[in-house]
Design a protein. Sequence first.
Length: 295
Amino acid sequence: MFGDVVMGVDHKHFEEVLDFTKETKGVEYDVDLDAEDWKNVCENILNKYSNRGFLKILAEQNKGINNSKYLNLLEKENTVILITGQQLGLFVSPLYTVYKILTTILYAEKLSAEIKDYNFIPVFWLEGEDHDFIEINHASYYNKSGKIAQIFYKEIESEKGYSISRRVLTEQIDKIIKSMQDDFLETEFNIPLFDALKDIWKSGLRWNKAFADQIQFIFHEMGLLIFNPADELIKRYSIPFFRQLISENNAIVKAFVDQSSLTQEAGFENQVVVDPQKSYIFLSYDDQVVRLSEL
């Protein structure tokens, strides 16, 4: 989706380049490719690259961070973005999110050291367009007894159906942080940790802003940039992508239905019930979220 929406490169092109390179090399995973392989991949993709306006938006979104090195590299034509992303779990949970970011940062450093012809920049995609609040409203930790405990942020009735990027933290977050702090085993790290959480996750802030601020707090010295797809300018760049989704909706829904049937035939329970009369496009306006349906 990143390639389709913000880079102007068909998603299939990315996959075809990578698949062909791996097949030619005789390997299964991306990490099995060496520096020369990645150099060829970069040349192939950059030749198709058509949307440099996105890089200006990315730079603007990150201008407030102390990261002039990577921001300046965005202006260069030989810059390649390594992107990862995840749903915006409470307090940057689960830990899997942190592992994904670390992997992307370290791989960008590795490729930059091995391939001198290109600059590699790690970017985290804020998956804040998701509406599934239950998946991100909790976090787990070890309490004083050494047992796993969970905390939950209760959904606000007036925000039901909202994407995560539109949700605003309430005073509930202050109580959650205090409850978790009281339940933590006391160490020399507690005070700075919870001071940071109180400063980052504050009532009145948008959920995606707090999440992004905590990401920057953790990785500010490692050059990570953050991409916010909820930006209005990104939505404008996405118009051709949304038009394609609408025009090809029947084919997309059919693919969902067919795969759903195959999943059931294999003896598994479907995680999502597919309605063939509805699209997978949501329209937000006047504080309402509407799922488009076939007329």
